[in-house]
Write a protein that binds this ligand. Sequence first.
Ligand SMILES: [Zn+2]
Length: 520
Amino acid sequence: MNPKLLTTRWQQLPENTVRRLQAQKLQGYLRDVVLPFSAYYRELFRSNGLTADMIRSLDDLRRLPFTSKTDLLNTPDHPQRMRDFLLVPDQQVLAHRGSTVLRALLSGREHVRKGFEAEFRPIFMTSTTGRSAEPVPFLFTQHDLTNLALAGQRLFETCGGQREMRLLNMFPYAPHLAFWQTHYGGVAFGVFTASTGGGKVMGTEGNLRLIDKIKPDVIIGMPTFIYHVLHQAAELGLRCENLRRIVVGGEKIPEGMRRKLVNLAFELGARQTDVVATYGFTEAKMAWGECPCGPDETSAGYHSYPDLGVFEIINPKTGETVPPGTPGEMVFTPLDSRGTVVLRYRTGDFIDGGLVYEPCPHCGRRAPRLVGNISRSSEVKEMRLDKIKGTLVDFNQLEHVLDDAEHVGAWQLELRKRNDDPLEVDELILHVHKSDGIRPDKLIRDLNNQFVARTEIHPNRIIFHDADEMRELQGVGVQLKEQKIVDNRKQNAPRESRRKDDDVAAVPEVRPVETTEVCK
Ligand SMILES: [Zn+2]
């Protein structure tokens, strides 16, 4: 079967064909691209007695050990860890390939040299964010940027984009995937896109000005930031009647938050707005989206691109792959990546509906879909709350409680030490902006009940704020990402030890790709 089908008909193939073609592509990718040029995977395969030829089906992927976040961090033994994950082409290997010789004969050496440059020379990067770990840089070659654009184009198609729409990209301008996925996707799709850079670049006012000027059909960005901007727009009496779609990413989006965004769009005069979510991560170098569905329908999940990567869902405790439609942790393996490459990457993200192959009930596409709610385990682990009545609190649960709660607009959960004394017990303080005229004592009672029902604890205090105070607390227009959960327990610690969210990753030293010798 022609492996190109996986690309030309990426959204039309049945499960068994997808899996067979993915396995075929994976084997070639490992044999010709990853193993010859990746220091890390060459050694990993060698020490596990594996070769590319042993990976014949997607089930054989299980023989390959996972790669986790911790594998990417520098250690005293590996002070430049990310270099080991960078594909560095070996000129001898490339020069002796039959395909290279043939291409040189047909199109000339210069053509071959340029081709290898485009394939292997890193020219762009994004990096991970995270409260606990140092940012990790992921390098892209021109080949990767072409795939980023392709993924973006498909993402726009999946999310129901149309070329005559006007888009406002409100993702923060930074070396982070979300901004650049939107930028390259917009260019490849051929749709008008204005990028504000988020709150930190233009301030909330700048974003409001552009909404007023452009009257976008689609707003794309992080849900919390869009919430603040639209809330302020409504307060100022701005109109944006043609706002048809809000595309969110970078944070999870509970049902309640979708409802709030639709209600705010209604206040701006938009009569039919839907919210679609996207999911992506630095290590995959791409993002996936939901297709639009009616207000009373359930989302069909994130539509993946089977020619660009393989998802597996695993039981996070045993590491075993689970059957389709079963909840578990998402594991990703790229099929056409260059630059920085990680295989069988454990995302640390759980999806409660698993991976399914059936045609999408809304749009009919047959691409593998990731269905259900995603919770990021990394966010939970970084924020253990172990001293409040000895209960371990799941912050994913609390976020859902608050985003879904009636009468709650913006909110922030603050952890601090009682009386700011480092030896004292932890306190949990909830800051809330009420979205309507409900009596404060009633809302406090409701929230306490919901907290106890979902997590067995309740906040020590609930403090009400107006919209301005809430924006200031969350750092809207100041922080790269709005602060919904803050840990002030270490506020007496020296400032340098507290990481900022937008630290730019150190770029590993990159050996230039010399391809001039290849064709000799
Ligand atoms: Zn669909």
